[in-house]
Design a protein around this ligand. Structure first.
Ligand SMILES: [Zn+2]
Length: 217
């Protein structure tokens, strides 16, 4: 069953953002979608958090995430949300019943530079599909943190220790924690820890793209 909005989008038609072939508006064509999807959509972080990833952060799909984050192409947030929603429903065993979506809060400087938070944009689009409410105020950042790009796994974990907090007690519900990209999972682990400490029953990570794990790491 599609919403009116979703039916309209499918009927509208458009061009695949990777190859320009015909595709439903805002979507990848069927030829491009397969290699972009994450091979193994359900993963676990080193902290044990279950994470659903829509795509692999690798060629050719990585340019979609860069277009969203650095190029401001916010329509790609809808594409990630649709791929994520598909992966969430296809996961076996089925996910626990989620009650809310919480986006990872953006670093203030990154938010000021971009003018938006990619994780929040994906959460809002996912909320349209799943009808789950977005609860931005359930999670806050305690400080600014240096970019994690150049850090190894141990350094990433250290840099996000205590980075997130939930100020108020939360209801005892399962939460979908939304982020745009995950690499080591240390950010998701730190945020999930804060939500659990505040009373959440459980947390599932929901990410647009996951950096493929290299053998031996
Ligand atoms: Zn294509």
């Amino acid at each position: 069953m599609y919403s009116i909005r979703e039916l309209f989008r499918r009927c509208l038609g458009g061009a695949c953002p990777l190859c320009d072939w015909p595709a439903p508006a805002g979507d990848l064509c069927s030829r491009c979608e397969r290699p972009v999807r994450c091979d193994q959509s359900l993963n676990r972080t080193s902290g044990g958090l279950a994470v659903i990833a829509a795509t692999a952060y690798a060629r050719p799909g990585d340019q979609l995430m860069r277009a969203l984050k650095e190029g401001g192409q916010l329509n790609h947030a809808g594409l990630y949300a649709r791929l994520l929603w598909y992966a969430m429903r296809a996961t076996q065993p089925p996910l626990p019943s989620l009650a809310a979506l919480v986006p990872i809060p953006a670093d203030l400087r990154a938010a000021q530079r971009r003018g938006f938070n990619p994780a929040c944009e994906i959460a809002v689009e996912l909320s349209r599909l799943s009808r789950l409410p977005v609860k931005r105020l359930w999670l806050a950042r305690t400080r600014s943190a240096e970019s994690q790009k150049s850090l190894d796994r141990a350094a990433r974990k250290k840099s996000v220790c205590g980075l997130y907090t939930s100020d108020k007690p939360l209801p005892e519900v399962w939460i979908g924690l939304v982020d745009d990209v995950t690499t080591s999972g240390s950010t998701l682990d730190a945020a999930a820890h804060a939500l659990s400490q505040a009373g959440a029953r459980g947390v599932i990570g929901l990410v647009g793209a996951k950096t493929p794990t290299r053998v031996g790491t």
